[in-house]
Design a protein around this ligand. Sequence first.
Ligand SMILES: *Cc1c(COP(=O)(O)O)cnc(C)c1O
Length: 451
Amino acid sequence: MSLNENWKNRSLAHVWHPCTQMKDHQWLPLVPVKSAEGVWLEDFEGKRYLDAVSSWWTNIFGHRHPHIVARLKEQLDQLDHVMLGGFTHEPVVTLSEKLCALAPKGLTRCFYADNGSSAVEVALKMAHHYWRNLGKPQKTRYISLSNGYHGETLGALAVSGTGLYRDSYTPLLMQPIQVLSPDCFDRSPGEAWEDHTRRRFRHMEEALERHAGEVAAVIVEPLVQCAGGMRMYHPIYLRLLREACTRHGVLLIADEIAVGFGRTGRMFASDWAGITPDLMCISKGLTSGTLPLAAVMSTDEIYQAFYDDYASYKAFLHSHSFTGNPLACTAALATLELFERSDVLAANRRSAAMMWAAMTELSSHRHVIDIRQQGMILAVELAKNPRKREEYPAAERRGLRVYQYGLEKGVLLRPLGNVVYLMPPYVITPEEIVTMCQTAIEGIDIATSEP
Ligand SMILES: *Cc1c(COP(=O)(O)O)cnc(C)c1O
């Protein structure tokens, strides 16, 4: 048995893989990865795969970046882990200082968790508890967007609008007030993004007018609904939303887990609108994909609503064993140091332009209905008949064919349904961009030429 086969079989014997119908692996090979460097993953027989999806959008500076590796090794010789209740340490203090300096102005406190979904749980609980501490315990509901995604723990899943992940668990979930997404894929022919986005905001305004008294917070993914198929909208929505939340006395939670840390072309997607959310969730790129870590950043106003004598019982009671893990915080610090060392966003603008130039030839493809881009996210949406806006049936799994073609050619593309997207690590070179884009285009051709 080959080395790859050996690891595949052993994995299938005991590992239950995430987000997977395990039976698919009877015919769809698992990819065992031995090592990684930069944008490349390598299997046990020396075959390499270009990680065009940044390992689920986490890896921004490439695998095993020498600076992050060196900082982690040093930290491991210093302090592995200590609980954050009653104790503190250098990495968590320095990281919190840096995050507050970098985040939209007014976010001055960092509460830590170890993954994105947990951060969303923290933000939801904090929002309700804030109002409770202010004498408004009836604010127990949330407003979320259709097609949104905030993670898969029960609270986060409840405020997600993507049926695929949610439907099986509906009886277990709290019921948010769901508002139609500003998604510009739905705009009328010829309509400007901004006009469409403004028009869609009316639904949000109505929901706030009707429900503000019982709503603790609105939660949105700023600018790009990533898991929902990289659907995008105009930043005007965030400006209107910020103003309306303040006016209606509802908190605004920005879920920047996927779009934070430069992915959309600004440090945070909220920066495109120049707004400060009341709570901001970050994870994924925070450690450049090396270790799990998440944070919820809050304004001082929220922090102060919890700050009182013990007997007031206003404290925020939430903890995870690994809250503020020093190794993960060090990986995050090293990541921020890489942002300080060079103008990452300017370099990304050049890479993003190359990606666009390479992919626009698809705009005349007979099965491409839309190509859209926001910074280092480029998405190509496939359709059976673009003119009639007729979708490919999900069961045809066209995206999966692109995935299979990519693996054959050594590029990890992992489409979301019929949406093929490129979301590579920022360190990708011009030559690697060409390889990635060519493979994606060929994969799309093959996936759409079959009956
Ligand atoms: C990935 C993601 C999450 C969930 O983060 P996990 O670490 O996978 O739990 C939440 N919100 C958004 C916008 C995400 O993309």
